[in-house]
Design a binder for this molecule. Structure first.
Ligand code: PMP
Length: 294
């Protein structure tokens, strides 16, 4: 018996040290595949249905037929968590094109590979929520919407990885990616929001940003709290001069941004609107109705 994590690959479970895929898998060779990052809080998989829906939308866009129904996929995720006796987890769901030959033609890959990893995660990452984080604009532009757009949650993440490398090299916490005309698209794995005169603004997905599930929760919270939310193109100037700014994402949840390219945002501390949304977001993740029970 092993205490290792049990990883789901194509319907079977393998201990982490033995969970391997072929070097001929086109997910590895070409980044040809799609994925989701999902969290479970206290025995409930947060917005699992929404994540599975998005996975299938991404797959549809790259003409990848997932060999499970959505309901089977939901069950497979829940089963993986049960097997690992996990109540709080960061889940990675990957569907790659599968094993082919060394050419890039997807027709040579008869069977997609389905992987579910349910790993542990610390619920609170440092004190970023109290202090806010530092950011910078990356020199590498978000891919245009008619290229490998991040609207598709594909395995092609080099665009985000390059931005992250830049942030690391410059000693800031996270990068913000601009779209080809210079407006803000999103973070490397987060959506961006600003607050100006009590109004919340966020860029449209036509900037090549992913339609974030956390962002959607925040949009619903704005509605509930009667905070005006506008989807609009945001220039770098608009974030420099915002009263508040924050990121949303599955891994980060809601995190205040206190600095962009060394310009302080507002008074450099998490502002009242961000703090309110953060507190309300906490209530949503604690609500068992916000997801699928394990
Ligand atoms: N943008 C990108 C590029 C991402 O990878 C993610 C993480 N999935 C997000 C935004 C945030 O989306 P979500 O809130 O669904 O995690």
């Amino acid at each position: 018996m092993t205490n290792e994590l049990q990883i789901y690959i194509d319907g079977k479970y393998y201990p982490k040290s033995e969970a391997k895929i072929s070097v001929y898998d086109h997910g590895f060779l070409y980044g040809d595949g799609v994925f989701e990052g999902i969290r479970a809080y206290n025995g409930v998989v947060f917005k699992l249905k929404e994540h599975v829906d998005r996975l299938y939308r991404s797959a549809h866009a790259i003409m990848l037929n997932i060999p499970l129904t959505k309901e089977q996929m939901i069950q497979a995720v829940v089963e993986t968590l049960r097997k690992n006796k996990m109540k709080d987890s960061y889940i990675r769901l990957v569907v790659s094109r599968g094993v082919g030959d060394l050419g890039l033609d997807p027709r040579k890959c008869p069977k997609p590979t389905v992987i579910i990893i349910a790993d542990s995660i610390s619920i609170r990452a440092g004190n970023a929520k109290e202090t806010g984080i530092t950011t910078m604009f990356s020199w590498v532009r978000r891919n245009p919407v008619d290229a490998t757009t991040h609207e598709i949650k594909s395995l092609n993440y080099l665009n985000s990885v390059l931005a992250k490398i830049e942030a690391n090299a410059c000693g800031v916490d996270e990068a913000i990616c601009l779209e080809p005309s210079g407006c803000i698209a999103e973070g490397v794995g987060e959506n961006v929001f600003i607050v100006k005169d009590g109004e919340v603004l966020t860029p449209p997905t036509s900037t090549g940003a992913l339609a974030g599930i956390t962002a959607e929760v925040v949009a619903q919270l704005c509605q509930k709290l009667k905070i005006k939310l506008t989807v609009a193109n945001l220039t770098p100037f608009m974030i420099f001069t915002a009263d508040e700014a924050f990121f949303t994402g599955t891994a980060m949840e809601v995190v205040p941004i206190r600095e962009v390219n060394k310009r302080q945002i507002g008074d450099g501390k998490p502002g009242p609107v961000t703090k309110r949304l953060l507190a309300e977001f906490q209530k949503v993740i604690e609500d068992p109705a916000s997801g699928t029970k394990i």
